[in-house]
Design a protein around this ligand. Structure first.
Ligand SMILES: NC(=O)c1ccc[n+]([C@@H]2O[C@H](COP(=O)([O-])OP(=O)(O)OC[C@H]3O[C@@H](n4cnc5c(N)ncnc54)[C@H](OP(=O)(O)O)[C@@H]3O)[C@@H](O)[C@H]2O)c1
Length: 326
């Protein structure tokens, strides 16, 4: 059983807590909650019945009451938060984007490997059964030769959340917030990274991307079109086009439904409703790997994570978009 501590008690921390609460306590339990505010930590701990709470992230990492930390602070803090947890011998599940650039990500993964600690980026779609099924179907040629994938993800962030999502000081913008899912989805299916990227964006008043579109070429003349936005409501669709048919996800991020639509008119329907929020798959994966002493998961390796962040770096460089702290 892995005892989890949560670092940064915002929106997604609640989803993680709700999921672990739902899970079998032989696999995972909530053992710590850390906030910059003691009152907030106490209220969160009471709500989710968590025994230990802290008014600093460091204090929780120094404590013996947890084995692993779920890091869900703003993007710009992931690097230092991971380093703090690793220095204190804690395993990590860190929210996406793992770091604001690939160099930082490489440093963290290297340190974790030296310490023999498990660490994984929380790109949770990689652990979803239907995403794995689609990747397998493509590998087995079920829809013929695949040469195009389309992935879109957009929503409208409002109020205080809008500022938090966009703020350059926090590593904001649609690409790192949701575009990373598009890139990760295509990478999972092609098993490769782009060799050529054409991209453009619309910046907002915070100097980060409100909208971004990417046309990417992958090895062997395969292509993908990806759009991301946190100012436009878009379907979170994923479509994988092959010469004999296509695989359609109405929502590839919450991949509970998938269709394989063959060119001859046959349609195969697949349904895998989440038992909880869908986070259970990645949390179960972390727990299982930690229990057996692994430092990474084969479903989202350190190398894969670094490669995706390199793509993010390349796209931002093409836009000329730098964060304030860069
Ligand atoms: N996997 C997913 O589906 C998913 C969904 C949404 C977000 N995310 C990722 O999760 C991370 C957190 O996102 P979120 O939506 O939960 O954000 P959020 O609601 O803003 O929460 C982030 C938390 O970080 C802490 N924090 C520390 N320094 C901060 C600062 N300078 N400004 C604001 N907050 C600060 C705060 O916790 P305390 O006040 O308790 O210290 C805050 O509540 C991001 O990296 C995001 O990309 C993942």
């Amino acid at each position: 059983m892995i005892r989890w501590g949560i670092m940064g008690l915002g929106n997604i921390a609640a989803k993680f807590a709700e999921t672990v609460d739902f899970m079998d306590s032989d696999t995972a339990v909530l053992a710590g909650a850390a906030s910059r505010s003691l009152e907030k930590a106490k209220a969160f701990a009471e709500k989710y019945n968590i025994e230990n709470y802290f008014d600093s992230y460091e204090k929780m990492c120094e404590s013996d009451c947890i084995d692993a930390v779920y890091i869900c602070t703003p993007n710009n803090l992931h690097y230092e938060n991971c380093m703090t947890a690793l220095k204190n011998g804690k395993h990590i599940l860190c929210e996406k984007p793992f770091a604001t650039d690939a160099k930082k990500a490489e440093k963290v993964y290297k340190f974790a490997e030296e310490k023999g600690l498990f660490i994984m980026e929380g790109l949770w779609i990689c652990h979803l059964p239907l995403i794995k099924k689609a990747a397998e179907a493509v590998k087995n040629g079920v829809i013929g030769d695949v040469c195009h994938i389309r992935a879109d993800y957009g929503f409208i962030a409002q109020g205080a959340r809008r500022e938090r999502k966009f703020k350059t000081q926090l590593g904001g913008g649609a690409l790192l917030d949701v575009g990373i899912y598009n890139i990760g989805f295509v990478k999972t299916i092609y098993g490769a990274d782009p060799v050529n990227i054409k991209t453009d964006c619309i910046l907002n008043e915070f100097g980060t991307d409100m909208y971004g579109s990417i046309l990417a070429e992958y090895p062997d003349k395969k292509f993908a079109s990806m759009t991301s936005s946190i100012g436009l409501k878009m379907e979170t669709e994923g479509v994988i086009y092959g010469t004999n048919g296509r695989i359609y996800f109405p929502n590839y991020q919450k991949a509970e439904k998938m269709q394989i639509i063959f060119n001859d008119g046959r349609v195969e329907e697949y349904s895998e409703p989440f038992a909880s929020t869908g986070f259970e798959y990645q949390i179960e994966e972390c727990c299982a790997r930690i229990e057996c002493g692994a430092v990474e998961s084969p479903y989202y390796t350190h190398k894969q994570s670094i490669e995706v962040i390199k793509t993010l770096d390349e796209v931002r460089a093409a836009w000329g978009m730098k964060f304030d702290f860069e």
